[in-house]
Design a protein around this ligand. Structure first.
Ligand SMILES: Cc1ncc(COP(=O)(O)O)c(C=O)c1O
Length: 280
């Protein structure tokens, strides 16, 4: 689609950057990851005075821009004369989640709402539920400044789940901070459960969600089932972060029974965490 409009697109890891070549020399079959793609993009921007790089997630100013989602949602919920009891979003770098929930966390702190806020991440890349809250690099090639965040270690290579936007080793500093303060909860979902939830949602609503969003849907369904079990009425708000029209190959693979769950890669995370930068 981008090339249709004149861009030239190179898949990461590529042989066009030092960071990409370094990864490929060690892992010739690398699936790539957001951490590697960020290294390559930062390197290109740093070497070319005509090139600027705008990060699409993780950094706090990106989260701030996304809060338009939560601010609009508050207005829409007012029109519906309702308040969410539970708010759910999927977390890769944290931007769609923060955009939806941060305005509500503000209301919670001021005592104007009492919503439980739940971040849903993939079981294969569980930075909030299994990561450490410490300083780490935002990219695999260690070109970015250090950021205090929940991290699995910047060299951790997430398994090849089909929610590519959730395959990031860290979490936005602000999302990590509100997690540390106990203002949000986090849970992890396996990819088969995520796709099953996405298909259930598509059949009910006529919208095929992105694999990333399927994680939020699975989290919302999980909470709805708990409420049903308890015989309680709950208003559950979740973020549908994107459509799945670019992800048909993943849906084809899921329908053909070719997708698998991944166990939490504890050993690989331990290795990556052992390589965390030491701070003076
Ligand atoms: C549809 C969709 N949802 C969620 C994400 C996760 O990113 P973030 O956590 O920054 O919202 C991505 C990332 O590419 C995405 O494409």
């Amino acid at each position: 689609m981008m090339e249709t409009f004149g861009a030239s697109v190179t898949a990461s890891p590529s042989i066009e950057t030092e960071s990409g070549r370094a990864i490929l020399s060690q892992h010739p079959d690398s699936n790539g990851s957001l951490g590697i793609a960020i290294s390559e993009a930062v390197e290109v921007a740093a070497k070319d005075p005509d090139t600027k790089y705008a990060l699409g997630s993780v950094l706090n100013h990106v989260l701030l821009h996304q809060t338009i989602i939560g601010l609009e949602t508050i207005e829409q919920m007012a029109l519906a004369d309702d308040e969410p009891d539970i708010i759910v979003g999927c977390t890769g770098g944290g931007s769609n989640f923060a955009g939806l929930v941060m305005p509500y966390i503000g209301r919670n702190i001021k005592g104007r709402s009492h919503a439980r806020v739940i971040a849903v991440e993939p079981a294969a890349c569980p930075s909030l539920t299994k990561g450490r809250f410490t300083y780490d690099f935002g990219d695999t090639g260690h070109l970015t400044p250090l950021v205090k965040m929940h991290t699995l270690g910047s060299t951790f290579m997430p398994p090849g789940i089909h929610a590519g936007g959730l395959r990031y080793h860290g979490m936005a500093p602000l999302v990590s901070h509100v997690m540390d303060l106990g203002l949000i909860e986090a849970t992890a979902i396996q990819q088969l459960d995520a796709f099953a939830a996405g298909i259930q949602f598509a059949r009910a609503e006529g919208i095929i969600p992105a694999p990333e969003s399927n994680h939020a849907i699975a989290g919302a369904i999980r909470e709805a089932l708990v409420a049903k079990e308890e015989g309680k009425q709950k208003t559950i708000l979740f973020g549908l972060s994107g459509h799945g029209h670019f992800d048909m190959q993943s849906y084809i693979a899921y329908q053909a029974g070719q997708l698998e769950n991944y166990d939490y890669p504890a050993e690989e995370v331990a290795m990556a965490l052992a390589g965390l930068p030491s701070l003076g």
